[in-house]
Design a protein around this ligand. Sequence first.
Ligand code: SF4
Length: 407
Amino acid sequence: MKSWISDIESCGVNIDWCQRLDELLPVTESFPVQLRGIVDSLRNGKHLTVEQGILLWNYPDLNVVASLATTSRNARFDNQVFFNSNLHVNQTNICTLACKFCAFRRGPKAKDAYALSINEFIERIRPYENIIDEVHTVGGLHPEWDVSFYESLFSNVKKEFPHIHIKSLSAVEVKHIAEVSGISPRALLSRLQNSGLDSLPGGGAEILDDAVRDIICHGKESSDEYISIHRDAHSIGMPTNCTMLFGTIESIEQRILHLCKLRELQDETSGFQCFVPYPYLPDNSRLPEAQLASGNEVLRMIAVSRLMLDNIPHIKAYRMNIGDYMSELALHHGADDFDGTVGHEEIMHEAGSKSVVGYSKSQLTKFIVEAKGLPVQRNSNYTKFRRFEDDDYDAGIRLPVSTTVGD
Ligand code: SF4
């Protein structure tokens, strides 16, 4: 196996990307008049304003927006496209909340409710132990599981699989477990970090607007609490991702303001690694009033995110939600991360996703190569990289596949 190349300082980003962006952008006067202020801001490394974000969103020719986003992406990464080798395990689908967009949660008495024991959790990982670097684990808000349960879970997983990065707990889970345990979110995160928790995924952000949240996920953490929990994680050196669920009932302005809230925290902490936007999937959920996002909007969201979030290095095409083909297109709209091999996934599949799980690295990287990208395997924190090259293709091992929800 080839060794990792380490690049801790730059998170995989060309250090001089701002200067490169200035050089790669065509002269400002070649752009339509209404976009010239945006091009100048990009050239000069200035955050785009809310108004400029809305202007980009409404600009009729998506190709122009995509071209700006791709130029920004290329200034950072050239044609590198990152992916990792990972597995999703959901520890429980029992949840005390009932977010309207959620197809995954169950009440404790439901026939298909489950809560994995620590041994069962470990046995879910075991078939993949030699081919993954990361386990991504989120779940429902179990009414009884407190900090001690999760300390035990993470420390046992680390003992069994010391090489596997644990990315776990969305912000609402952090809030809930802290409340069940009678401690602050920051104290909870410190204890769990000592037990083996390496990073937080970005789930639970939905739309960072409390009026929208009150309708689509009543009782969930507030917008401020989401930001505060991620700030707490960053303050103890724990990196996190951030997300957006769009296509429910939010306005364009609310989407852009959401990006600005994430950008503001990133200015303060630099702790976000990757932004993951994904559209609402309607199967088995309870939100008939949802507007649903078109393919154009999915790609536009990737492009506008790349341009608005100039301080968050990576933008992910979340394959489990938007599928392989849309993810491939997203690489031409500013995305640089193609998600992972994903040996098993439940949450998006319960909501209607048909995305393939359990790709080998060869199978996954085919999409990247077709999109003219250079596949680069990364670790979870984007601090180690391995170029995936021609001689890797024959060695592709298909992951054990498990698509059965709740098995
Ligand atoms: S989204 Fe999370 S918190 Fe909301 S109902 Fe589903 S599992 Fe529970």
